[in-house]
Ligand binder design. Structure first.
Ligand SMILES: [Zn+2]
Length: 350
């Protein structure tokens, strides 16, 4: 982080109540500023740091500025109305830019009961795993500490972007990591070039994906940890299960395709090394076009129990909460929502 990069963002924390005239915003990106209908009662004197002049109105278009320094070191001068207009940050435009830089769905709203906290959107990297993205546009580290404290009392993991990374205290940073949440600054996400143009920092997506790796379930590793990389928003209807061998299942969902063995689905008996009854049941779906029915009444409870266990394991592995094999009243049978089939050579063995 170069000092230059964080300086414009610091204006967000330095200007009282987040408003200032153009001369005060200095090199802050103009695209994020929005004019208010308020006017300043004092503005910076020209060219001298730290020196302010009072705005004195003699008439509607007769406005002069008088230096407030003890020595009145600056000459009084006529002021233009445009010099007095107060500007504030445009939260909406900032949200849009940050959402595009990180890659999340924008959902813009102010959060009540919190100081200067905005929701900018929702990050939905995988299946039903989604995280709110907040932006803190207040002015002090202690305000931010308080917000982090409150948010960390909830269970929801979040990403919070502070006005500048310099506002992030060690305490807040530690509390967020313990909560598995992530705290970064706007200066970690957006860069401002010498011409004042705002661009997304390449490092932004790296920071976020490194964090997501620690919160999302592990993918493509056999054993108890395995999780299918179900894309965001996917439903069971988009899945195709194809048995390419009696103990090999090719699962596809859109562009994603993985080869799964009973172990991936936790359907392998650890003692015998053989597939469990749930795997057998899943395989039998391939021969019945996806339905589970039974002949004798005595079988009912046993089938119901196996069906329930199969559904639970599929929900876990694919990260979806809906029942993949619900009861169909019209068919009087359980029906798979996904397509399930088997290669011809496999069907002959079943
Ligand atoms: Zn002055």
């Amino acid at each position: 982080m170069t000092l230059y990069q964080s300086l414009p963002w610091r204006k967000l924390t330095e200007l009282s109540s987040g408003k200032g005239v153009k001369a005060e915003w200095q090199d802050f990106p103009e695209e994020f500023l929005s004019i208010t209908n308020e006017q300043a009662s004092s503005i910076p004197c020209n060219g001298r740091a730290g020196c302010y002049m009072n705005v004195v109105r003699h008439g509607p278009s007769d406005i002069v500025g008088i230096c407030t320094s003890d020595t009145k070191q600056c000459d009084r001068r006529t002021l233009k109305k445009s010099e007095l207009a107060l500007y504030r940050i445009d939260h909406k435009k900032l949200a849009t830019k940050v959402a595009a830089a990180i890659g999340f769905t924008e959902q813009h709203e102010q959060i009540k009961d919190y100081t200067a906290l905005w929701k900018f959107g929702v990050l939905n990297p995988q299946a039903e795993h989604s995280f709110p993205v907040y932006c803190f546009l207040g002015q002090t580290s202690s305000q931010l500490d308080k917000i982090i404290n409150q948010l960390c009392m909830g269970e929801q993991t979040f990403l919070l972007i502070a006005a500048t990374s310099s506002l992030i205290s060690t305490a807040s940073s530690d509390a967020s990591s313990r909560h598995k949440s992530k705290l970064i600054g706007i200066d970690d996400v957006l860069a401002i070039d010498a011409a004042g143009k705002v661009t997304a920092k390449n490092s932004a997506q790296t920071i976020v994906s490194n964090w997501l790796e620690t919160v999302l379930p592990k993918s493509a590793k056999p054993g108890s940890e395995y999780q299918f990389p179900t894309p965001a928003g996917a439903t069971w209807e988009q899945f195709v299960f194809e048995f390419t061998a009696t103990e090999m299942l090719l699962v596809s969902c859109g562009q994603i395709q993985e080869r799964l063995e009973p172990e991936h689905l936790k359907m392998k008996n650890q003692n015998s090394g053989k597939p469990t009854l749930q795997w057998t049941l899943l395989r039998s779906l391939a021969t019945t076009g996806g339905s589970i029915s039974w002949q004798d009444q005595d079988a009912t409870d046993r089938v119901k129990k196996q069906k329930q266990e199969l559904a639970n394991k599929l929900k876990q592995t694919f990260g979806l909460s809906e029942d993949p094999v619900p009861w169909s009243e019209s068919d009087k049978a359980y029906k798979a929502k996904f397509v399930v089939k088997a290669a011809d050579n496999v069907l002959r063995q079943l």
